[in-house]
Design a protein around this ligand. Sequence first.
Ligand code: HEM
Length: 465
Amino acid sequence: MKEVPGSYGLPVVGAQKDNLDFLHLQGEVEFFKSRVARYNSTVFKVNFIPGNPAFPDPRGIALLDQSSFPVLLDSSKVDKTNVFTGSYKASDDFTGGYRVLSYLDTTDPKHATLKNFAFEVLKRNGRKFLPEFQSAFHAAFDAAESELSSGKNKADMAPLLNQLAFQFLAKSIVNVDPLTTMLADQGPTHLLRWIGIQFAPVAPGNSTPLPGFAEDVVIRTAPLPFLLVKADYDKLCEFFQLAAEMLDMGEKEFGLSREEAVHQLLFLVGMNSWFGFSARVLPNLLYRVGTLGAEFQKRLGDEIRAAIDVGDPAGSFYGALEKMPLLKSTVLEVFRFDPPVLYQYGRPREDMVVESHDAKFVIKKGQLLGGSQALVCRDPKVFEEPDQLIPDRFVGKEELQANVFWSNGRNTKSPTADDKQCAGKNFVETIARFYLVQLFARYKTFELSEDSTLNTPFLKPFARN
Ligand code: HEM
């Protein structure tokens, strides 16, 4: 049994130093890796962001291996009240004065109600998602092709993927085409502003065009006020009020007031779902499959085209799933390689013992525990060549899939009303797979320009299938 190694440094200054290293000097991965080496331990004390005294106490304990991290998934051991983004919690002003599901612990009676509401939102609209995704996908890639044929040498996919994600989610769940409403094509713009200001204090370093010091002053000195994005949020609320069927369900079957149902639905669709797809899942997959090159793309494309009906991907997808093991493995490997949400937090309900691969630590009730998926999903004791993107990695390896935690749960498990696993876990995997199916139903191979990054892929001209 060991004392947790590490130090918080001097009050205030220690947190500033850790934050500076994390955000600007070392970066999020090197920050943790260098401390693992320094303390010779994957569990240690650290100041998380935001460390400015205007925010709650940032002192916590990092859990960075596959032995210690899973304690964060155990609802009987950790309390998840208000720790969705660590010690910082955005004001409820951003969500109409209501505390949304992501901040509720499983012991809160409203947690199960709202989680079941989330499950029903997905279930009731189940049949619409694939056709709506298919049509939004083609609209986005038609737009990319028309940019390329108008003489541009690359198409910026980020805004197109933002629109794709919003169109398919809104049309399926709200049951109205945003383009025909006062929102027009501005849904993603309003969402980006609302999310950007709300989560600014926990944004990664270099999230703004400002130099590091100025960025810290502007977005990390104190929480930013809701007023800055009230106009954006009001427009989004107006649109989500059109989701009559979902709001009726919230009222009649889950006992929510209509007003609360609007705000909970908006966070579920606009933050949990839209942000996950537009900022992470869709660009990351395009980027990583792009970097895997033409030979791999041909192999994956051949598997897909042999399994589905290329003229009707939406209609033939579910029947073909079991014939596409490489597709499933590729999606999971990209999620392992670039976990779309990097951090999970929790506070022990009681004093407890946490085991890393090589030591045991007593951890006190209420201390902030934080896991970084960037390290946990590349734990060399579990994954061979952890820093290599190996698309076949999970083919035939059911046991290994349990070690991928992108959804705040083991990948072999589905979410329930009693845990904090992502309510959309299976849905996200389905859409991610369907996205690659669409891509390879449309193209044999594709190329990205050299200045592409994980979050902003640029497509180069390509030949249609
Ligand atoms: C929670 C990731 C999409 C609904 C979470 C958590 C993660 C996550 C990591 C756990 C956060 C925590 O407590 O530490 C993602 C990613 C998505 C995605 C990467 C990619 C698109 C969705 C979708 C839904 C959804 C489509 C729609 C139902 C939720 C809900 C929670 C949650 C309701 C809170 C669960 C609870 O409090 O029990 N998500 N999610 N997510 N996600 Fe997702």
